[in-house]
Design a protein around this ligand. Structure first.
Ligand SMILES: Cc1cc2nc3c(=O)[nH]c(=O)nc-3n(C[C@H](O)[C@H](O)[C@H](O)COP(=O)(O)O)c2cc1C
Length: 324
């Protein structure tokens, strides 16, 4: 009997998201705006606009833009600790968003309003303790962010491979794996660990629809797995591409290094006239697997089609050739 791959994609996470696939576009500050989010949602994934770095009116405009491009579900990512978290949530509700993701803080702060408005929420965590807390607060699922991920990572330095199965054992809500996944092999591996969904940031950085400047996308495409660096180790660790800035920081005492990062700001990568040696460019270790800048549609069909053939191969090697 041929495997019904589509039935396999339908699970608790796709039903929370209202999508065809339990595949999320990782929210990326000032990068996952309306167009990139819509491109992922159009393919059957979950596109989301990152509220971080956007004024209320800008967030509303990006959601209007996304709505103009697709009627499929679009989410909003809200960093809980930011002063404008409540405003971002109100805008999401007003714009008809049905599922939000929260990060950087305790989601309990927003849960009352989320429930009142009938929204679903997935919270990003990097330890078992954080996941348990989020479950008690009432979230619908947790996004396990491993240490290999691009952008902010947990100070505890736990990798996706170790974090996902421990969370699956610790909580009843579904677990989504994030960090280090850039192709179909990563998706199958995440599901083998017990995840019911995946979130990818770095892979979608190197897409035609991504609004990051070309020098940034080209660096992601050309980087090897050892070309990322952890900035701000002692404060808020963030994984970025190595360049002159990271080399300078590497030679300093950490508190001094943290000052440099804070004074530079973490949004210098969005300046199209920027310099690849001085820009701070968040990126995950999975960049080593990204070999081209492709359209979201191409990336997506390789992800979903690739899962099919890996399952077929695994089925054959574990259980012998199936009768067709
Ligand atoms: C450029 C960049 C910006 C990011 N900004 C955010 C953000 O604003 N909020 C958030 O929750 N995660 C943010 N992340 C993390 C991603 O949403 C996602 O979880 C992560 O990229 C997954 O790991 P991967 O890079 O290995 O795919 C960012 C990641 C990158 C690469």
């Amino acid at each position: 009997m041929p495997v019904d791959v589509m039935a396999g994609w339908r699970n608790r996470v796709s039903s929370i998201l209202g999508t065809e696939y339990p595949i999320l576009l990782g929210p990326m500050r000032l990068i996952t705006l309306g167009e990139l989010a819509a491109a992922v949602s159009k393919c059957g994934g979950f596109g989301q606009v990152a509220a971080s770095g956007l004024e209320g009116e800008q967030l509303r405009n990006e959601l209007v833009k996304a709505r103009g491009l697709t009627k499929r579900p679009i989410g909003v990512n809200i960093p809980v600790y930011r002063p404008n978290a409540v405003e971002a949530l109100e805008i999401a509700i007003e714009m008809g968003v049905k599922t939000v993701t929260t990060s950087a803080g305790n989601p309990a702060r927003l849960m009352g309003r989320i429930r009142e408005a009938g929204l679903k929420v997935l919270h990003k965590v990097s330890t078992v303790e954080m996941a348990k807390k989020a479950e008690v607060a009432g979230v619908d699922g947790v996004i396990a962010t491993g240490f290999e991920a691009g952008g902010h990572v947990g100070r505890e330095q736990i990798t996706t491979m170790c974090l996902v199965p421990q969370l699956v054992d610790a909580v009843k809500v579904p677990v989504i794996a994030a960090g280090g996944i850039a192709d179909a092999r990563g998706i199958v591996a995440a599901f083998a660990l017990g995840a019911e969904g995946v979130e990818m940031g770095t892979r979608f950085l190197a897409t035609l629809e991504c609004p990051a400047p070309s020098f940034y996308k080209e660096r992601v495409r050309d980087a090897m797995c050892d070309e990322t660096f952890l900035l701000g180790k002692e404060a808020m660790p963030i994984r970025v591409l190595k360049n002159e800035v990271t080399a300078r920081v590497a030679g300093m005492e950490q508190p001094e290094a943290d000052k440099v990062i804070i004074s530079k700001g973490d949004a210098s990568y969005v300046q199209s006239g920027g310099d690849p040696e001085t820009a701070v460019m968040p990126c995950g270790q999975s960049a080593g697997m990204v070999k081209e800048i492709a359209s979201v549609q191409e990336v997506f069909s390789r992800l979903t089609g690739g899962v099919d053939s890996i399952l077929e191969r695994l089925g054959q090697s574990f259980f012998g050739r199936r009768e067709r």
